[in-house]
Design a protein around this ligand. Structure first.
Ligand SMILES: [Mg+2]
Length: 319
């Protein structure tokens, strides 16, 4: 009988690639097939959820021993050679990459448009939140983006630690004293779960994440100047959990447009890119820990503070 090929789907960089393999193909072969389609070199491919007895399978392992379902989705991280070259040749003091919008006037108009409020309402009704840990009483709420905020997802590295933003666990530990923490990423839930596992966030002893939100909780808005954009409206959380509002919620994201529906509750964090170059100097999370403390202890209404100027924030001490 003719040997039958089967297939897996490789998800990488927001795209999906169908990869066929035969019954005797090894992981090494599989990586070469992936290379043919994605141009990510085998040694740079990190196949996140491909496991054999709980571990990443050796290259000599036959794929069929993994007993993958046909069409199994493999989540991959890894950079293209030309991107790595570009990164390595970029000057260190290059200004922050701007793929963001300069949204000032548009934002207020957009947050109140009824059509968007209706979309938020729909998410409140239909998006299901899986609570990982219960909210505590009298805590503020911190909503965090993942990519380039906590983690450099485009650089290549062997372990999550190499891609993790410095002081991540210290930051989350400190924040957790005053805030319940939610993670919101514009990717799929599986990705989020894998990344949080990779970074050791989901299993940390000193803090707990209340829940994750993925791209399905986002809404698309139309901004005349820029077209249709997907954004993260905090109203989805506020609608589901009325103890939270613009008074006690803050969101960090490296992309300002993500909080166009709640501009006064968003803080644009400097993007953490080129992890291997910036790992020793990036102190953003350390400084933001202090900012969160100052807010939690001294600010009655988070939306009354301009988070754009967070570095210059001088709390009015309460007596
Ligand atoms: Mg991001």
């Amino acid at each position: 009988m003719e040997a039958v090929n089967t297939k897996v789907i490789v998800k990488w960089g927001g795209r999906e690639f169908e990869i066929q393999y035969g019954p005797t193909d090894t992981i090494h072969d599989l990586r070469n097939y992936i290379y043919k389609q994605t141009k990510v070199k085998p040694e740079r491919q990190k196949l996140l959820n491909l496991k054999f007895k709980g571990k990443t399978p050796e290259d000599s392992c036959t794929v069929s021993t993994l007993k993958l379902k046909c069409g199994f989705k493999i989540m991959m991280m890894g950079s293209l050679e030309e991107e790595i070259e570009k990164v390595n040749s970029e000057p260190l003091d290059m200004p922050e990459v701007v793929n963001d919008l300069d949204i000032e006037d548009e934002e207020v108009a957009i947050e109140n448009q009824e059509i968007y409020l209706a979309k938020v309402e729909k998410r409140v009704k239909e998006y299901e939140i899986k609570m990982l840990n219960d909210f505590r009483t009298n805590k503020k709420l911190l909503v965090l983006d993942i990519d380039y905020t906590l983690f450099d997802h485009r650089s290549s590295a062997e372990t999550g630690n190499e891609l993790m933003r410095p002081y991540l666990h210290e930051f989350l530990t400190s924040a957790y004293e005053d805030y319940d923490i939610v993670i919101w990423s514009a990717t799929g839930m599986k990705w989020i779960e894998e990344k949080m596992k990779l970074l050791g966030v989901s299993t940390h002893n000193a803090y707990k994440i209340a829940f994750y939100l993925d791209s399905l909780a986002m809404i698309s808005v139309h901004i005349p100047k820029y077209g249709v954009l997907d954004v993260k409206p905090l109203g989805v959380i506020w609608g589901k959990f009325p103890q939270y509002s613009s008074k006690n919620t803050i969101m960090f994201d490296d992309v300002r447009r993500n909080f166009i529906m709640n501009p006064r509750n968003g803080l644009k964090i400097r993007a953490f890119r080129q992890a291997h170059l910036n790992r020793s100097t990036d102190t953003e999370l350390l400084k933001l820990s202090k900012y969160l403390k100052d807010l939690a202890q001294n600010c009655e209404d988070f939306s009354s503070v301009s988070h754009r100027h967070w570095e210059k924030y001088k709390p009015k001490r309460r007596r």
